[in-house]
Write a protein that binds this ligand. Sequence first.
Ligand code: F0G
Length: 466
Amino acid sequence: MPRTIIEPFRIKSVEPIRWTTRVQREALLRAAHYNLFLLPSADVLIDLLTDSGTGAMSTHQWAAIMEGDESYAGSKSFDRFRISVQEIFGYRHVIPTHQGRAAERILFGVMCKKGDVVPNNTHFDTTRANVEATGAEAVDLVIPEGREPGTRHPFKGNMDIAALEELINRKRRQRIPLVMLTVTNNSGGGQPVSMENVRQVSAACRKHGIPLYFDACRFAENSYFIKLREKGYEAKTPKQIAQEMFGYGDGCTMSAKKDGMANIGGFLCTNDDLLAQQEKDLLILTEGYPTYGGLAGRDLEAIAVGLQEALEEDYLHYRIASTAYLGDHIAAQGVPIVQPPGGHAVYIDARAFLPHVPVEQFPAVALACELYLEGGIRAVEIGRLMFGASATMDLVRLAIPRRVYTQSHVDYVVEIILEVWKKRGSISTSPTKRRSCATLPPNWNRSLRRTCADRRGFVAGDITSP
Ligand code: F0G
């Protein structure tokens, strides 16, 4: 295989990005009260705030969009969507939603009640919030290596099986309505879960009669990591791996804004007929009729095609290699990152990057602001500002939108990070103080608002996602 990473696509439509000067960026950052969420996106050169809904669609997706059937009921687009989802995920019921968190709200709304406990490797923050909104408790059971930024492990997203068994025995089966596995583990650094671990979690669930659900947002990246790193899967296609993985579960929630390659959308799957009926009843209340959920027919078409494209091997090779390239090139110069690099993002350990900045002064905010000042790059703080005093890490996540930036953009990001690394000693204090809730974006970062609002803590390991 040649060493040069090339994008497995040609560019047919371009969107200009705008240079700003450092003086302009200083003024822009001041005007945004040092809160990168408040920056107009037009003033950002490379936007690595999230990989969610920020991807570029293919010619096939755009063509499919023209086939969108906007009928209220029985739309042809829903059939194409359902067939595509079922081919990969294999579940009996497919319920479209406007995005992942809507699927979570419906799933937990139907399955959980006060006093229940839901284990996950690591809950994403909307997942945690939706579990907690029902009065249930969200418990993170990622393996110990998954909580240590510098420790290398091929499947750092794995669930701690012994801890799961212990929790099931302690809480008794009737208080655990479901177990969830997040693939890849976004809140743990975009780290994959192995097929062996999936099998073990599934076996533990079956033994106790507890359904297993996947938070499947980045299932294609997880499948490719299994192909690259797990014995026995080298010759399988990512799709075969995904099919096997979902076969060990009873359903899933999905944000199609990630490995659905779409700008909006999600779904909820289950094999349980009764649950599906209850879920559809809730769906109609807030999302829409079950053949469109919260989506237009054209969105369903884009997702039907996107799910298949996310599993293409050329794409996944480039995707994982490009993220690793970014992580490895900065790590080679000493920049401390969560190792190994994840599938969709590289996470910089800001406490290790700026050891002289006291944790109370938000080193990850200081670093994220500095990346913007130095090169117009927008990343996201995941640490004490987001999760309050209980945060054990202060990370800066560089999330890579799908099929959007080229390798020269990645080289540029490496260059800027290394420039900031060189002058790290002069970054003496955080340029911001804790923001008041009033300055926070209205709905994107729920945990941040919640943390500000009630100062409730999160346990270690929950802290790596917006
Ligand atoms: N689960 C995981 C693992 C996620 O990463 C996200 C979203 C969701 C669920 C919710 O999906 O946004 O479609 O409602 N993650 C984005 C991010 C926001 O930036 O990591 P959604």
